[in-house]
Design a protein around this ligand. Structure first.
Ligand code: NAD
Length: 556
C-alpha cells in the first residue's frame, strides 16, 4: 500500500511539472534571417556543408540500420545534378519485419505514462528549435526546393509546434475524465490502438512527416513511417532527432519504400490499426479500398485519417481592398511554387475591379524572382519537386495554350535543363467550369474568372459547386453583409476559411488544418481533436462497496 501511495505521489509530482511545461507552450517564433543575424550565419554554414554532398539514408528496422539492393537517389529540385540523398526501398519482407519489430515494442510503450512520452517530444522540439534548426532548414531547402522563409515556417516553426502542442494536448487529455459517484470511481485510460499505425507522408512539408509519425507515437502507438521519396533528407533528420530526444528504438520504424508495395503490405497485415496519410486523393482512395477489401482479416477496425488535395479559391468582392487581394493571391498562389495543399489556384474577380487587379498582378509578377533559394536569398520561389510534377504542370500550361476559353496573361515558361523550373503563371478563363477551375494542379498556376460585379451571389454558388474539394478558401470584402453571406454559402466549401486574408499559412493551434469533401477526413492536425484519433480509450469502473444482493427491491 505504502509503495502504491509513494508511486502515486511521484506520478502527481511528475504531472504537476509537466503541466507547468504544457501550460507554457507557445508558438515557436519565426526567425527573420536578416543580414548579420546569427540564424542567417548558421543557415549559410549549414547550406555550405551540404554543397555537393550525398547523405546515405538506410531503412531503420528493429533498431538496426538496414540496406537493401533497391538503391535510389533524391535529387535537388533546383539543381538535379545534385544527388542530395542515397537511400533504399524496404521490400515486402523487410516491411513485415518492421511490423513485427514494432509490435514487439507496443505493450511497454503504451504502458509508459503519457508524461514520459510527451517529454521526448518536448525535447525533440527543443533540439529543432536550437542545435538542429539550421540543419533541418538547409536540408528542407536543398532537398525540397524551399526558400528560407518557407523552410522556416515548415521545418522549424510548424514541426516544433506540432511536437509541443500535441504533447501539451496529450497531457491535458488525462484530465478529461468521466464523473464518479461516492460508491464507485470511474476513470478513462487513453490507450494506444492495438496493432500498428502506418504513417505515409508527402514531400511538401517536413513538418507533416514528423506529425504523421509522431502524433500516434506520442499517444502510445507504434508506427511504420514511409516518408516521401522526395523529402528523404529532411525526414531522416526529423527521425534521428526523435531518437536523440529519447524515443526508444522500435517505436517508429523508418521505412522508405515503393508506395504501392508499402500500401499492399500494411493493408494486408491483420495488425493494421490505423493509417495516417497526407497526399493525393487517388492514393488515399486506393488505401481506403484496400482496407475495405481486407476488413475480415483485421483484429480491429483500422482508423483512417487522410488529408488530401485542394482547389482553393479567393473570392474578391467589389468592396475589397485591392492591395490585400493582390498581395494575398501572389503569396498564396506562387509561394513554394503552388505546392501547398492550401495554395490558391482559382481567383474570382469582379469586372469593376479587374482592370486594377490585373494591372497590379502583372506589375508584381514581373518582380518575382524564381531561382536557386540556397545561393540567393532574394529568391521568392524555386523549382517544382521533380520531373513528374514538372511534366504534369507543363501539360496544364499546354492545355491553357490550346484551349479556346483560356488565355495566358503572364508566365508559362518551363525549363528543366538545370532544375524543374516552371514560371509562375496567370491564366484567364472565360468558362468558370473549365477543368482548370476544378482539378488540382499542384504547381504555380493561377486561373482567374472575371464575373459581372452584380452577379456575386451566383458566383458564390459557383465557387461552392465547381470543384470536388473543400480545403481552403478566402473572401476579400469590406462589406460585412457580403462577408456574412459568403461565409454561409461557402460553409462546406472550405475546412479553413479566411476573411480578408490569403488561404495559405495555417498555424498550429491557431488554425488547426484540414478539409472535407475530396480533401480528406478533416481531422484537424494542429488542434486538440487530432490526437483523439490515435487513442482507444478504456473506461475502468471500480466499486468500493460490496454487492450483497442479486434481487432488486421491487421484487420483494
Ligand atoms: P502522393 O499521393 O503522390 O504521395 C503521398 C505519399 O503516398 C508518398 O509518400 C507516396 O510515396 C505514397 N504512396 C503513393 N502510392 C502509394 C500507395 N499505393 N500506398 C501507400 N502509399 C503510397 O502525394 P504527394 O505528391 O507526395 O503530395 C502532394 C499531394 O498531397 C497533393 O494532392 C496535396 O494537396 C496533398 N497534401 C495535402 C495536405 C493536407 O493537409 N490536406 C498537406 C500536404 C499535401
Amino acid at each position: 500500500m505504502l509503495h502504491i501511495r509513494r508511486a502515486l505521489r511521484q506520478s502527481w509530482a511528475g504531472l504537476r511539472w509537466h503541466h507547468c511545461a504544457a501550460a507554457e507552450v507557445k508558438n515557436e517564433p519565426i526567425l527573420e534571417f536578416k543580414h548579420g543575424s546569427p540564424e542567417r550565419a548558421a543557415l549559410q554554414k549549414a547550406l555550405q556543408d551540404l554543397k555537393g554532398k550525398t547523405e546515405e539514408i538506410p531503412c531503420v528496422v528493429g533498431g538496426e540500420e538496414v540496406w537493401t539492393k533497391d538503391v535510389r537517389y533524391q535529387l535537388s529540385p533546383f539543381n538535379h545534378s545534385h544527388k542530395v540523398a542515397k537511400y533504399c526501398y524496404a521490400d515486402k519482407d523487410l516491411l513485415n519485419k518492421a511490423i513485427n519489430a514494432a509490435l514487439s515494442a507496443r505493450k511497454e510503450w503504451d504502458l509508459k505514462p503519457v508524461e514520459d512520452r510527451a517529454q521526448i517530444f518536448f525535447k525533440a522540439a527543443d533540439l529543432l528549435s536550437g542545435p538542429r534548426r539550421a540543419e533541418i532548414l538547409a536540408k528542407t531547402m536543398i532537398g525540397q526546393g524551399k526558400t528560407v522563409i518557407q523552410a522556416e515556417i515548415d521545418a522549424a516553426a510548424e514541426l516544433i509546434d506540432f511536437f509541443r502542442f500535441n504533447a501539451k494536448y496529450a497531457v491535458q487529455l488525462q484530465h478529461e475524465q468521466p464523473i464518479s459517484i461516492p460508491i464507485s470511481t470511474n476513470s478513462m485510460v487513453y490507450r494506444g490502438l492495438e496493432g500498428f499505425i502506418a504513417a505515409v507522408s508527402p514531400f511538401n512539408f517536413t513538418a507533416i512527416g514528423g506529425n504523421l509519425a509522431g502524433a500516434p507515437a506520442l499517444m502510445g502507438n507504434v508506427v511504420l513511417w514511409k516518408p516521401s521519396d522526395t523529402a528523404m533528407l529532411s525526414n531522416y533528420t526529423v527521425y534521428k532527432t526523435l531518437l536523440e530526444a529519447g524515443l526508444p528504438p522500435n517505436i517508429i520504424q523508418f521505412v522508405p519504400a515503393d508506395g504501392p508495395v508499402f500500401g499492399d503490405t500494411v493493408t494486408g497485415s491483420e495488425h493494421l490499426s490505423g493509417i495516417n496519410f497526407t497526399g493525393s486523393v487517388p492514393t488515399f482512395k486506393r488505401l481506403w479500398k484496400q482496407v475495405s477489401e481486407n476488413l475480415d482479416r483485421y483484429r480491429t477496425f483500422p482508423r483512417l485519417a487522410g488529408e488530401c488535395g485542394g482547389k482553393n479559391f479567393h473570392f474578391v468582392h467589389k468592396s475589397a481592398d485591392v492591395e490585400s487581394a493582390v498581395n494575398g493571391v501572389l503569396r498564396s498562389a506562387f509561394e513554394y511554387s503552388g505546392q501547398k495543399c492550401s495554395a490558391c489556384s482559382r481567383l474570382y474577380a469582379p469586372d469593376s475591379l479587374w482592370p486594377q487587379i490585373k494591372a497590379r498582378l502583372l506589375e508584381e509578377h514581373g518582380k518575382i524572382k524564381v531561382g536557386n533559394p540556397a545561393d540567393d536569398f532574394s529568391t521568392f520561389t524555386s523549382a517544382v519537386i521533380d520531373e513528374k510534377s514538372f511534366r504534369r504542370i507543363q501539360g496544364w500550361i499546354k492545355h491553357a495554350q490550346e484551349s479556346p476559353s483560356l488565355t495566358i496573361l503572364a508566365g508559362g515558361k518551363c525549363d528543366n535543363s538545370v532544375g524543374y523550373f516552371v514560371e509562375p503563371t496567370i491564366i484567364e478563363t472565360k468558362d468558370p467550369k473549365e477543368k482548370i477551375m476544378s482539378e488540382e494542379i499542384f504547381g504555380p498556376v493561377l486561373t482567374v474568372y472575371v464575373y459581372p460585379e452584380n452577379k456575386y451571389k451566383e458566383v458564390l454558388q459557383l465557387i461552392d459547386s465547381t470543384s470536388p474539394f473543400g480545403l481552403t478558401g478566402a473572401v476579400f470584402a469590406q462589406d460585412k453583409n457580403v462577408v456574412q453571406e459568403a461565409t454561409a454559402v461557402l460553409r462546406n466549401a472550405a475546412g479553413n476559411f479566411y476573411i480578408n486574408d490569403k488561404c495559405t499559412g495555417a498555424v498550429v493551434a491557431q488554425q488547426p488544418f484540414g478539409g472535407s469533401r475530396a480533401s480528406g477526413t478533416n481531422d484537424k492536425p494542429g488542434g486538440p481533436h487530432y490526437i483523439l484519433r490515435w487513442t482507444s480509450p478504456q473506461v475502468i469502473k471500480e466499486t468500493h462497496v460490496p454487492l450483497n444482493e442479486w434481487k432488486y427491491p421491487y421484487m420483494q
